[in-house]
Write a protein that binds this ligand. Structure first.
Ligand code: HEC
Length: 331
């Protein structure tokens, strides 16, 4: 069941969203439709193409996935090493913040733009790696159908600055019944994203939502901490256990500073050069590759000293080998 705005005008929501755009500069609002009664972005606009879910079930895009619902949609391909794992990890955080709303008040869809490779089984394994819960489906289909769909959704290249992999790291959020759609960056801070999506969908005054936001990690303003939160925390904790990547507590004890520096410049380069530690790590953490961070100069220095400070703060948990950690942690 979706949430229909009650006693509030959509234009009010639009104005708030727009001011969020102006303040934060992080949202770009698609002016799809106005608050008009007629929905230009309904059955006549979206193709009702058949897609296949990660469970091998055939669904129709319009009828089964978006009609009457609030949705968040992005495009992925599972062999992508660059932005996609980060996008998916951030969406997983977002889904965790939304909690019970997932599959009831909002539905997530990740559509593969590499349907030849991304069979339902591949998508299922990928979803499992990110601990994907209810209300989020991974979809594949006919290449031509997906092309049209992605274009209609405003998710094809050319709408945004395409990233290295040639697709945009955007998350389209829409409320089909009202015809309101908003484009977000899929790699934005999930706490910020959850608040703006909640507000866009009219959840703003929902006490349950407020509680969930309050429980989520607070926004940090310290530059290094911010960098860690926005670029690393989707996959790493420092002292909180493994996530998609290893717990970084004890890092300074188990790795040379110089190794970490090179790794943060390009983990990919080190893996392909056969660096034994990098190769061993990638074997152990099969679920996702550490995306190239391209950290250099002041950013690199800042991140290294942040890791060092945090490591000495959690010093008592430092161990030589993450594998021998005695604490149990949730994957
Ligand atoms: C999309 C997930 C993801 C993101 C984002 C990410 N990492 Fe990683 N990281 C991994 C994975 C997975 C590994 C394990 C090696 C592998 O499989 O590539 C790893 C390994 C590492 C290691 C080596 C750990 C060890 O035990 O030696 C360090 C250091 C590290 N990451 C730091 C960072 C920092 C700092 C950031 C942010 C600037 C970051 N990572 C962003 C997933 C990620």
């Amino acid at each position: 069941m979706f949430n229909i705005m009650q006693g509030k005008s959509w234009s009010g929501v639009m104005a708030r969203t727009l001011s969020a755009t102006l303040c934060a500069g992080a949202l770009s609002l698609l002016t799809i439709g106005s608050a008009a009664a007629e929905n230009a972005y309904g059955a006549n606009y979206f193709p009702n193409v058949p897609l296949t879910t990660q469970d091998g079930k055939t669904v129709k895009f319009y009828d089964d996935l978006i009609k009457g619902k609030s949705v968040a949609i992005n495009v992925i391909y599972t062999s992508c090493k660059d932005e996609c794992p980060l996008e998916t990890a951030k969406m997983a955080q977002l889904a965790r913040i939304f909690g019970d709303k997932m599959g009831k008040e909002i539905f997530f869809y990740s559509i593969s733009i590499d349907p030849k490779h991304d069979t339902p089984a591949v998508l299922k394994a990928y979803a499992k790696n990110f601990n994907v819960g209810p209300g989020w489906q991974f979809l594949t289909g006919k290449e031509a159908d997906i092309k049209v769909l992605v274009k209609k959704l405003g998710l094809s290249r050319g709408n945004d600055l395409a990233n290295k992999d040639g697709h945009t790291a955007s998350l389209m959020v829409g409320n089909e019944p009202t015809g309101q759609w908003m484009r977000n960056s899929a790699v934005d801070n999930p706490v910020f994203l959850s608040a703006s999506i909640g507000s866009f969908l009219g959840w703003r005054d929902d006490p349950a939502a407020r509680k969930t936001y309050a429980e989520a990690a607070p926004l940090v303003i310290d530059q290094a901490a911010y960098m860690f939160q926005s670029r690393c925390s989707a996959c790493h904790t420092i002292g909180g256990g493994d996530k998609i990547g290893p717990d970084l507590a004890g890092l300074t004890a188990r790795r040379e500073r110089n190794w970490v520096a090179r790794y943060l410049m390009s983990a990919d380069k080190m893996r392909s050069a056969g660096d034994p530690t990098a190769v061993e790590l990638s074997k152990k953490y099969k679920t996702a590759r550490m995306p190239d961070q391209n950290l250099a100069g002041d950013d690199l220095k800042l991140m290294l000293s942040y890791l060092e400070t945090q490591n000495s703060a959690t010093g008592k948990t430092a161990q030589k080998e993450p594998a021998k950690k005695e604490t149990t942690h949730v994957h």
